[in-house]
Design a protein around this ligand. Structure first.
Ligand code: SF4
Length: 493
């Protein structure tokens, strides 16, 4: 019997991307195989997001597109999980009765059993739990990248930001024990991974559940002791809980990268209060000052929401002020729009759309200027770039590969004619010659390639030699992980 095929369609944040790796791992453990590209799978899983604007319309639209296929292939199964499933529950089956399984954020491990039960009983299965049964990291995972991995240190959030639906859908914060986190990181490194990103809605409150307020800094230092682990990153920190021991751990642990993505959301104290973000402008800028004092080369990025209810022109001017002072290397900027189920959706003072749009454009223009100036300060630097898969680009006649600098800046580089092409996961040494607002170009001196175990793992997994950029080939666009501008209030942390 041929194995049933699957496809996971992911919406939303890094948490969901990582959860989707687990969903794939679970399905492969249960005997499913990934469907070839452009082929309709026997099982289609939607891992949904409730934060993005019009998320529900989009989901029901996508489900509607699959209805004829399901009718033509009755053995096909459709499953819906993630935050929107946790929120809408049985409503999904009511609006799309051809869906077979609905599961929530707390029981992703049940997916194979629910699919089996739905098939056996010929009846849709809806299973939503109110709290976490098993920490998801104990589930099998099919990682997308052989050289970089997400590692969850906590799930859920104890904050109550008024624009955010996450606490209602993911529950309060649950922390993994440091020993479990480190064991997972060590296992990943043994498989060839050289970069990990520690993941939590608020990494700075890590440890609150087991009574150690300095647990996150200690975890960073412990990662520093893992042989073969070259790059450690984390997301997202919260300015309310950000303490100096974390800055010290970052600056004193060589494999912790000098990059920090710290959500600002607004520069106005009045708006921060209305958002229930319990830090103020002064505290935020104070953290930035201390980070820069300890790590002058740190690249700091952020999230900003424009047009939160009640935001006046003066409040917005405060945000611009902070942006000028902070000199972010990049920012995800979002136009506020109400999300059902959040307190902010009920607030007075919703800002008219054209006002939000106009402020958003002013902010984006200012931030672009700053990012460009910050990137120009990198010209002439020699950087170690971790080569990425699918991030190359063609600029006119020049074909470039791409990767990430230690501070997470996106770098496009070209190879000398006689150079052996690096593999994704290898590290090249290049000189930056040009800066754009959202990336660097390194066409200067080429310091060669360091082949890594991560590159070996990529070659083993892909079963092919590295791509040599050929004339006319566009390797992809530089989008992954690059702070940029967005259009919805979907910022967390
Ligand atoms: S925005 Fe982030 S910190 Fe605030 S409630 Fe949502 S997940 Fe928690």
């Amino acid at each position: 019997m041929t194995a049933r095929t699957y496809e996971v369609r992911t919406y939303g944040c890094q948490m969901n991307v990582h959860d989707s790796e687990r969903l794939s791992g679970l399905l492969e453990n249960a005997g499913y195989v990934r469907a070839p590209d452009a082929e309709l799978a026997d099982v289609v899983v939607f891992n949904t997001c409730a934060v993005r604007e019009n998320a529900d319309n989009r989901l029901y639209g996508n489900l509607g597109h699959l209805a004829p296929a399901k009718k033509a292939h009755p053995a096909m199964q459709i499953a819906v999980g993630g935050c929107l499933a946790q929120k809408d529950r049985g409503e999904i089956i009511r609006r799309a009765p051809w869906v077979d399984v609905v599961f929530g954020t707390h029981n992703i491990g049940s997916l194979p059993a629910l699919l089996e039960r739905a098939r056996h009983n010929d009846e849709a299965q809806v299973e939503i739990l109110e709290s976490l049964e098993v920490f998801p990291s104990t589930l099998p995972t099919r990682r997308e990248s052989p050289y970089a991995a997400w590692v969850s240190i906590s799930v859920g959030c104890n904050n109550t930001c008024t624009f955010c639906i996450v606490p209602a859908l993911r529950g309060t914060e649950k922390d993994r024990r440091p020993g479990d986190v480190l064991a997972e990181v060590e296992a990943l490194v043994a498989e060839g991974v050289l970069e990990v990103t520690l993941l939590g809605q608020n990494v700075n409150s890590y440890g609150v559940e087991f009574g150690d307020r300095q647990a996150f800094g200690k975890l960073l230092r412990a990662c520093g002791g893992i042989d073969g682990l070259e790059r450690v990153r984390f997301t997202s920190p919260h300015p309310k809980d950000f303490t100096d021991d974390v800055i010290a751990a970052m600056s004193e642990t060589p494999n912790v990268m000098h990059s920090l993505h710290m959500p600002l959301q607004s520069g106005s104290d009045v708006v921060l209060r209305a958002m229930r973000r319990s830090y103020r402008q002064e505290r935020y800028l104070g953290i930035i000052d201390r980070v820069r004092a300890a790590m002058p080369d740190a690249a700091i990025t952020t999230d900003i929401i424009v047009g939160f209810p009640g935001e006046t022109e003066d409040d917005f001017a405060q945000t611009l002020e902070v942006v000028r002072a902070a000199r972010f290397a990049g920012a995800f900027t979002f136009q506020y729009s109400p999300r059902p189920g959040t307190p902010a959706a009920q607030m007075d003072g919703q800002v008219p759309k054209q006002v939000v749009q106009e402020r958003y454009e002013r902010l984006a223009a200012l931030q672009d200027d700053i990012a460009w100036a910050e990137n120009m300060s990198q010209v002439g630097r020699v950087l170690d770039v971790l080569v990425a898969e699918g991030e190359g680009r063609k600029d006119g006649a020049t074909h470039r590969l791409s990767g990430r600098a230690p501070d997470n800046r996106l770098v496009h580089f070209s190879l000398p004619a006689d150079a052996a092409p690096p593999r994704p996961g290898d590290v090249v040494t290049v000189e930056v010659t040009y800066a754009a607002p959202h990336h660097l170009v390194a066409d200067g001196a080429y310091g060669g390639v360091r082949r890594t175990r991560a590159g070996d793992a990529w070659e083993l997994r892909s079963g092919r030699a590295p791509d040599v950029p050929a004339a006319g080939v566009l390797l992809g666009m530089p989008t992954v992980g690059a702070p940029s501008v967005g259009s919805a209030a979907d910022a967390c942390g």
